[in-house]
Design a protein around this ligand. Structure first.
Ligand code: KG4
Ligand code: ZN
Length: 310
């Protein structure tokens, strides 16, 4: 009904990444206004709500605590049920908002600044991890490479844009494979490959075209994400795949999957629903609500929690 986003990107940009203490303070400053605005935009009041859904895990604990404390206070004072939402589940649920025909089971790639997982959505509230990163998250690699080639923060959107003018076959940045039965990833190797390549050029006094490096790096990441997602879907015998999380906004990932999907049906949210937003949290909260999964006043923020648990 409304999806109000208060972004802190500008504040964190000058540090080249998210500063946790600043992030929690900014959450505290923004939350009351965002709640008020979202009710106003949806044309509802607190009385119209069935429940309060809030992200409680995983993530930066200070930022999560602001949401959890606010939702608990509201649920308590309004006498409404409280629903705890797992952030990765919410990213997956972003796909349901615009695709009314999408139903579980399907295999979903969730790639964001903090997570890279291949997940089997067995039902609306039951998830199984099929593969994950062994080191950096995909979005983290985008952010680091963008910084190294001087493109700024956040790296994903700027690399996506710059890569459009570059040659993706300029350098083949090596991917790591963990064998045909594993759907795990490693992005730290690709990132180090870029850094070493640039370092070598620098030592030889040679210059490079930023767009070619961006395109080659992106190709390597996108290929391994797509390959593993399609392979996992085939192994688990599902006919639908989805992508979610900030990196799912990447245009090269979308076109690579269109090429590789064969007879699988591919789903992805609009870019605004790929990066963090409240609509996906509400959507996930709705299914947890239907499943009777409520929390009480002991709910706490949890920095690390598997998507299989809630
Ligand atoms: O899901 P998200 O908004 O926040 C987390 O939960 O982490 O994801 C943010 C990440 C950042 O690393 C950002 O660089 C990446 O998503 N991202 C992209 C694109 N847009 C955002 N990565 C690749 N291509 C994009 N177009
Ligand atoms: Zn996220």
């Amino acid at each position: 009904m409304s999806n109000i986003i208060s972004t802190q990107i500008k504040t964190h940009r000058k540090y080249g990444g998210v500063v946790p203490e600043i992030a929690s303070r900014k959450h505290l400053e923004a939350i009351s206004g965002v709640i008020e605005e979202s009710l106003l935009a949806a044309n509802v009041t607190f009385d119209d709500l069935d429940a309060l859904a809030v992200t409680y895990a995983p993530g930066l604990v200070g930022a999560l605590l602001v949401g959890v404390s606010t939702a608990k206070a509201l649920a308590f004072s309004l006498h409404k049920p409280l629903v705890g939402v797992h952030h990765i589940r919410a990213h997956i649920c972003a796909n349901y908002i615009e695709h009314k025909d999408l139903e579980p089971p399907f295999v979903c790639l969730v790639a964001s600044g903090g997570h890279s997982h291949i997940i089997l959505a067995e039902s609306y509230t039951k998830y199984k991890i099929l593969g994950q990163t062994r080191d950096d998250a995909a979005g983290e690699a985008f952010d680091k490479v963008a910084r190294v080639i001087g493109l700024g923060y956040p790296g994903g959107p700027v690399i996506d844009k710059e890569a459009k003018n570059g040659n993706p076959d300029f350098v083949a940045f090596k991917q790591v494979s963990f064998g045909k039965d594993s759907f795990d990833f490693s992005f730290s190797g690709i990132k180090t490959g870029v850094i070493n390549y640039l370092h070598n050029l620098e030592q030889k006094g040679e210059t490079y075209n930023r767009a070619d490096i961006a395109a080659s790096f992106q190709k390597s990441v996108v290929e391994v994400l797509s390959k593993n997602l399609v392979a996992a879907a085939k192994k688990y015998g599902v006919d639908k795949i989805a992508i979610a999380g900030g990196v799912a906004a990447n245009s090269a990932l979308r076109s690579e999957l269109e090429k590789r999907k064969e007879n699988l049906k591919l789903y992805y949210p609009s870019p605004i629903l790929c990066t963090d937003n409240a609509a996906m949290t509400a959507c996930c909260g709705y299914y947890e609500f239907l499943n009777g999964n409520f929390k009480d006043m002991t709910l706490n923020a949890i920095p690390y929690l598997s998507v299989e648990q809630n």
